[in-house]
Design a protein. Structure first.
Length: 686
């Protein structure tokens, strides 16, 4: 045998891992009724294994290895008979769990001193529920010394060299209480036994509160990393127990990238014929996963722009996550959750994807709609748990949950689904609480109707930050247009003005529609063609633009004089709107008059500039009446009046109508005589 230098140092746990795998293979062969002398522990076999395990030993010289490498053959993996695969291997799921256990405990001595010490209780976490059976098999087949036994039964007498294993498994919904009771009873029974105890705590499960405080901190199972993959390849893709590390290692993804992969990705990659092929498949799977993680064009926060509180909060979350990854910030000292709300199509999903892309982590997506589509309550809750467990297994990551308003509120007692809703909300709250016990996961929620969500979900500690997603600014629209026309070289400002006041979803749809028309007409797609298409869809004329502008300026001027902050005044194909920030009100009549004055200021501006009738008469538009009744109802409920108005019903009692008319007239008079007269003049004199 010849000694060659290593490409990189091998981990300290590797000798223990190789011994571990040999014992599991021997157990597998014996269980099949076969007997293989190669796995007998006589002195000669142990000596040969020890020599073969030396890092650089090989049966071929360097010249032959170089020639095989140039031919695309891994000479390190070939035995004397030219075989590149071992005679017996373990299923990949079992061998990977064995390697992760070996990397966690490092040596057989550590296993004896930590896991098997008298009276020891060990809580093992960091794995999925489906891996628990593989851990139990690994303990029985190779992790423990040969004289030790493993049992997960509580109804038998155990001798000194027995490891008792207890798995934490609880269901969801109404049966959870019974499961927790049985778990606590079994745990108390196991603690009375003299033998050491191993508690398996899968991701997404938790111990009863009565016992969690007294048990030791969980030992986290070593996650999949490059060293574990290399050890797996030496086990499964080599007849000699070695591979060409100089060829394979550079092709492997980094540790944090490997953590993004699920079992299907890894198992598919391990079907490659050689170790380098496995590394290439893993790298391709990581690239695909990252593309899917970014989603929505893989935009960053810098790409989408935006200066709103929602965009600033997103940037702060990314900055804090980077500081935490560098060890500059404790996880407990940062905000970890954000609820984004707003009308459909404003880009809430895009913002969540941009957070993940900017942070360089994976985006895990779930929605109440998708969970509910799985079937009845049990299936729905199982889908929810799978989503949360997926996030925990792929951290650091961003977990984005859409349509949160679909869960409803436990305060809604007027329908037959109250029991269903209560179980869903309770489990959702539990999963959020468990998620926040983990480090490295940002929780982003989205909803169109925040008022329909249970208050317990919205409270700080579950969703720390709440921000509205506004319509895009002209600068953000310019970014969208620049992405649609990257090489145009034209001024896209006028085009962005035509798209102002529309949601990103509508803007994207119009761009796609114009691109499809250009393709069907056999012409190039350029800004001029898009402007032509937009002009066809915008039916209002210049005079209508002027009228809408005057109307919105009436709202803005009046709100400004009342001390409100004017964020934006915008024209859109559907009309116009004024975005403002109102100070908090105390529900007084003065607050009511102020808001009604601002609502009627648009009509007052119309009258001042276009000679229309005075506001405060019967011409008040139906939307104004609706707002009036809504505000008036809230005010009346806090007063001693003898009548009541039902908001939104459209039915006006006679006393309410008289008071409403008086309020409208009073607000209109204030608007016209005091507020707008100094600022407005006939339009033809402007």
């Amino acid at each position: 045998m010849t000694q060659f230098p290593l490409h990189s140092p091998r981990p300290a746990w590797l000798p223990f891992a190789k011994q571990f795998l040999r014992r599991m293979i021997s157990e597998q062969i014996n269980a099949g009724g076969k007997r293989d002398a190669a796995f007998q522990d006589h002195a000669k076999s142990k000596l040969l294994n020890a020599l073969n395990d030396l890092p650089g030993t090989q049966h071929r010289d360097s010249e032959e290895l170089d020639q095989l490498r140039k031919s695309g053959i891994d000479g390190w993996a070939l035995d004397d008979e030219g075989r590149s695969r071992p005679a017996s291997i373990l299923p990949a799921s079992r061998s990977l769990i064995a390697l992760r256990l070996a990397a966690t405990f490092v040596s057989s001595r550590n296993v004896t001193e930590t896991l098997l010490a008298p009276g020891t209780v060990t809580v093992l976490s960091g794995f999925r529920t489906s891996d628990a059976d593989f851990i139990l098999v690994a303990c029985r087949s190779g992790l423990l010394p040969e004289a030790w036994k493993v049992t997960n039964r509580g109804d038998e007498r155990h001798h000194e060299q027995t490891l008792r294993v207890l798995q934490v498994t609880t269901s969801t919904g109404s049966s959870r209480t019974g499961d927790l009771y049985r778990l606590e009873r079994n745990l108390c029974e196991a603690l009375q036994q003299p033998c050491p105890l191993l508690v398996l705590l899968p991701d997404g499960e938790c111990l009863p509160d009565s016992l969690a405080a007294g048990l030791p901190e969980p030992v986290k199972l070593e996650p999949l990393n490059r060293d574990i993959v290399m050890a797996q390849l030496e086990h499964s893709h080599s007849a000699t127990g070695k591979i060409d590390r100089e060829v394979v290692e550079p092709a492997l993804p980094e540790d944090d990238a490997l953590s993004l992969l699920g079992d299907p990705d890894i198992l598919l990659a391990l079907r490659a014929p050689d170790a380098r092929g496995v590394a290439d498949r893993l790298a391709a799977a990581v690239s695909q996963t990252r593309r899917q993680a970014g989603g929505v064009g893989a935009l960053t926060l810098k790409d989408i722009g935006g200066t709103s509180p929602a965009h600033q909060a997103a940037a702060d979350l990314v900055a804090d996550l980077h500081s935490w990854q560098r060890g500059e910030l404790k996880w407990s000292d940062m905000s970890r959750s954000l609820l984004i709300y707003g009308e459909p199509g404003t880009g809430k999903t895009v913002l969540a994807g941009a957070i993940a892309t900017s942070a360089g982590v994976q985006l895990i997506q779930g929605s109440f709609g998708a969970w509910q589509a799985n079937g009845h309550l049990g299936d729905m809750l199982a889908a929810m748990l799978t989503c949360f467990r997926d996030a925990k297994s792929r951290k650091p990551c961003v977990l984005f949950i859409d349509e949160i308003d679909s869960c409803g509120s436990r305060a809604d007692t007027g329908d037959r689904n109250q029991a269903y809703r209560q179980q869903v909300i309770n489990e959702f709250l539990r999963q959020i609480d468990l998620l926040h016990q983990e480090e490295g996961i940002l929780l982003i929620g989205a909803t169109n109707f925040p008022g329909k969500i249970d208050p317990a979900i919205l409270r700080p500690g579950r969703f720390d930050l709440h921000h509205k997603m506004p319509l895009p600014t002209r600068q953000q629209i310019l970014v969208m247009l620049e992405q649609a026309f990257p090489d145009s070289g034209q001024d896209l400002g006028p085009l962005s003005r035509k798209l102002a006041g529309q949601t990103p979803a509508v803007i994207d749809a119009r761009i796609r529609e114009a691109r499809a028309r250009a393709r069907r007409q056999g012409r190039s797609f350029d800004p001029g063609f898009l402007e032509q298409i937009l002009s066809q869809g915008q039916r209002y004329r210049k005079q209508l633009d002027e009228r809408i502008s005057v109307h919105e300026c009436g709202h803005a001027i009046t709100a400004w004089l009342y001390g409100e902050k004017i964020k934006r005044i915008c024209l859109s194909p559907d009309g116009g709107f004024t975005e403002r920030t109102a100070p908090p009100g105390a529900g007084l009549e003065a607050d009511f008059d102020r808001q009604m004055t601002i609502h009627l200021a648009g009509r007052a501006a119309d009258g001042s500039c276009w000679g229309m009738s005075r506001p405060g008469q019967a011409e008040a538009a139906p939307p104004t009446w609706h707002k009036l009744h809504s505000c008036l109802w809230r005010w009346i409920m806090n007063s001693a009046s003898a009548f009541m108005v039902t908001p939104g019903s459209g039915r006006r009692t006679r006393p309410a109508s008289r008071q409403a008319s008086a309020s409208v007239f009073r607000s209109g008079s204030i608007t016209r005589r005091i507020v707008l007269v100094p600022f407005c003049m006939p339009i033809d004199t402007c």
